[in-house]
Design a protein around this ligand. Structure first.
Ligand code: ADP
Ligand code: ZN
Ligand code: ZN
Length: 733
């Protein structure tokens, strides 16, 4: 007797498998194994489930077990199911939600209708008789001959291809098939993702000595001769990508596969294009910009082993590759590796876990690594830029000395921008989109705010609207104060739109392009903007964080960061690390070609540690100091953080629920070593919901996670959290 243990894939937390199904004598069940996807009957419905194990018996008598209804074409692997189960536990999520991450595209929703399938088309191939007929110059019509000739060269063609190359219509093909000269059969067609064209992606002729050293170390790890978890710390422009590519090649040579994780895909069309250009069809890409069909086909190519390298953002860590040898995490400091929805997994931690269980190498790379990685991983260094190009000179400009009336740009920055000559380019970053972040009444001081969130609305010139960056709410720009009726409404501060128009005035006629979430909202617009900037003969790229990431433009001689301390003002222990990374990364875009670069940083806090360290290109100094600070406060990597977040439309029940959760958790974690419960603390209202947050700092994260899972289950069963949304965030960012 074969019993399939099936986990139903649903978004309902309460339904907990696995459930047993009988695999009877039917032929269709012969291939069912761990990882198979089944449609099963369940309480008079048909649902999608995944086989998590196949057993020889069940606790239920055979006659009470149902048979599945159908096996789907796609399946996942035991390794990935195990990884999904680990995630569910590690991130305090439901088992089915963890496992859903391991499934083929579309399956995780539990809806079969959403799942893509392989697309097929009829293709023609020449038969032996056909080849003979061609060789013996048998009697053939001219179009028939053309078809056979095309097929002799091409092996296999579709109808439309033959219409194009040989002018064949369906009658010609039918005749040939009737005479046995060609055969026609259904074959899968690959829906091939389009890659953005982003200029030169040629291979470098020779790796530098430092690059060779780094590659050798990764290869040593592959061969079991050096530690399997490594950090590639390489300054911006030091050629880290070439190291990844060489390491991936070495992995493939050893018959193993590789995964290359990159930050949120829209942000690095260049990296993606470069990798695929080098690895060709051995690589598959997986990201949210693909159509459902493209994603399904790429996933399937990985699953069957046709592609051995997967490139993509965080979810690519679940690529269904076998014989995994290497996982690379590029720009490992990037916060997009953390998933925001349930399960709130961190792709870096998942990658490490997956590599460890597969005996694979984990390689994290960055110019500005996280303190955690700096202290935990074996370190490889690329201390110089390629061709010994100098690091850019950084000047820190003190905005306290500039009158606010003079506008948001420092005179030094205005001069430097005005002096740009083609083909020189500049990148200017300000982490705030829109025209002005506040609109306030000069008489009563009232600020125009969002009705659903405790934030001010941002004025956008494009579209003439006030809009909320947290919930998307928008309204027309008011003419008078809603509070006192005064028409004296004043704009405060500057966003990217305003900076763009100011800079236009300074650099005219050089082009000024803006790159932010508004400008890049249309599909493909992001790559298109970068391509235009790359091809322009001089000009300025203005934008949010999006301009600081991973681009490589040779003519950029100046990088400007406005309001550099804005990230420092966040009440978050990662504020220092983020600020340091931002200043360094933006600086890293400058001076990558033959022209030396310079960086200007505008700030109200010129002496702040992260800004001073980034200006001095002192990554080790910053990280050592930061690790010291974190040790003092008991922050990661010296302790783990786990947050419990509650949200509700009404405040009093929310406050009561938060107190209740705290009271339940407290006694359970009392015994855990070095554990501290902070809060519940209110957070700002968002999307019409009040919020509270509890934070637990601990050196015994497993004990705490178990305790939290217990409390969540108990309160859920008691229904005492009715109407309150509760989320657990392990390792919050
Ligand atoms: P990083 O990721 O460290 O910022 P990249 O990998 O983008 O750096 O490399 C920066 C530039 O240097 C790229 O244009 C790349 O093609 C070039 N490059 C990398 N390695 C070499 C090399 N060994 N010789 C010449 N050029 C190189
Ligand atoms: Zn007013
Ligand atoms: Zn809002």
């Amino acid at each position: 007797m074969r019993i399939a243990k099936v986990e139903p894939i649903t978004t309902a937390r309460s339904l907990r498998g696995p459930f047993d199904y009988l695999l009877g004598a039917g032929e269709e069940w012969g291939g069912v194994d761990t990882g198979s996807l089944l449609i099963v009957p369940f309480a008079r419905r048909k649902i999608l489930g995944v086989v998590t194990a196949v057993a020889g018996d069940s606790e239920l008598p055979a006659e009470r077990l149902a048979e599945p209804l159908e096996v789907l074409e796609a399946s996942t692997t035991p390794e990935l199911i195990e990884l999904g189960e680990w995630i569910a536990e590690r991130y305090c999520s439901a088992r089915s939600r963890g496992i859903a991450l391991a499934l083929p595209p579309g399956a995780g929703t539990g809806s079969r209708a959403r799942m893509a399938r392989t697309r097929t088309e009829v293709r023609a191939a020449i038969t032996d008789a056909g080849a003979e007929a061609l060789a013996e110059a048998a009697r053939l019509g001219s179009r028939q001959r053309a078809v056979l000739e095309a097929l002799a060269d091409e092996k296999e063609c579709s109808g439309p291809e033959l219409a194009e190359s040989a002018g064949a219509d369906s009658t010609v093909l039918r005749r040939l098939a009737e005479r046995g000269l060609i055969e026609r059969r259904k074959a899968p067609v690959r829906r091939r993702p389009e890659l953005p064209a982003v200029g030169d992606v040629a291979a470098v002729s020779e790796l530098s000595a430092a690059q060779r050293g780094a590659v050798a170390s990764v290869v040593g790890a592959l061969d079991g001769e050096s530690p399997r978890e490594q950090l590639l710390w390489g300054v911006t422009g030091s050629g880290k990508t070439e190291v990844y590519l060489a390491a991936i090649e070495a992995t493939l040579e050893r018959g193993r596969s590789a995964i290359l994780l990159v930050p949120e895909i829209g942000l690095t069309p260049q990296t993606l294009a470069r990798v695929v250009a080098r690895l060709g069809d051995r690589a598959a890409v997986l990201h949210s910009g693909l159509s459902e069909g493209e994603r399904y086909d790429e996933w399937t190519r990985l699953r069957t082993g046709e592609a051995r390298v997967c490139v993509g953002p965080r979810s690519a860590v679940f690529a269904p590759v076998g014989e995994l040898g290497l996982i690379v995490v590029d720009e490992e400091h990037d916060s997009s590796y953390k998933q925001e929805g349930d399960p709130r997994y961190d792709a870096r931690a998942v990658a490490r876990r997956r590599a460890r269980s597969a005996g694979a190498v984990y390689l994290a790379g960055s110019a500005t690594p996280r303190p955690e990685s700096w202290s935990e991983l074996d370190r490889l260094e690329l201390r110089e830029r390629v061709d010994a190009r100098p690091m850019p000179r950084v000047s820190v400009l003190d905005m306290r000395e500039v009158s606010p009336k003079a506008g948001p740009l420092h005179p030094g920055v205005r001069d430097a921008l005005s002096a740009l000559e083609p083909p020189e380019k500049a990148i200017v970053m300000l982490n705030r989109r829109g025209y002005a972040p506040h609109l306030s009444c000069s008489v009563c001081g009232e600020t125009v705010g969002c009705p659903h969130c405790d934030v001010s609305l941002v004025l956008h010139r494009a579209g003439d609207r006030m809009s909320c960056h947290h919930c998307g709410y928008g309204e027309p720009i008011p003419r008078e104060c809603a509070e006192c009726g005064s028409v004296a409404l004043a704009r405060y501060g500057a966003g990217t739109e305003r900076i763009e128009s100011l800079i236009r005035g300074l650099v005219d006629p050089l082009p000024v392009l803006r790159l932010d979430a508004d400008a890049a909202s249309r599909k493909g617009a992001h790559g298109e903007l970068l391509r235009r900037f790359g091809e322009a003969d001089g000009g300025v790229l203005v934008g949010t964080q999006m301009v600081a990431k991973g681009h490589d433009f040779a003519d950029v001689v100046l990088s400007v960061l406005l309001d550099a301390d804005s990230t420092l003002r966040y009440p978050d222990f990662r504020a220092e690390e983020r600020t340091f990374a931002l200043v360094s990364q933006l600086g890293g875009r400058s001076g990558r070609g033959r022209r030396p670069g310079r960086v200007m940083v505008q700030t109200l806090a010129p002496d702040a540690g992260p800004i001073a360290a980034a200006a001095g290109h002192d990554t080790p100094g910053f990280l050592e100091a930061e690790l010291g600070r974190r040790q003092g406060f008991g922050y990661p990597p010296f302790a783990s953080l786990i947050a419990i977040e509650l949200a509700a439309p009404e405040e009093p029940p929310l406050a009561a629920a938060a107190e209740r959760v705290a009271a339940e958790v407290e006694p359970l974690i009392e015994a855990a070593a070095d554990t501290e419960l902070l809060g519940p603390a209110p957070r700002f209202r968002r999307r019409g919901r009040f919020r509270r947050r509890l934070l637990i700092k601990t050196t015994a994260p497993e004990t705490v996670r178990t305790a939290i899972a217990e409390v969540v289950e108990k309160l859920g069963a008691e229904r005492s959290l009715q109407g309150i949304a509760l989320a657990v965030d392990v390792d919050p960012q």
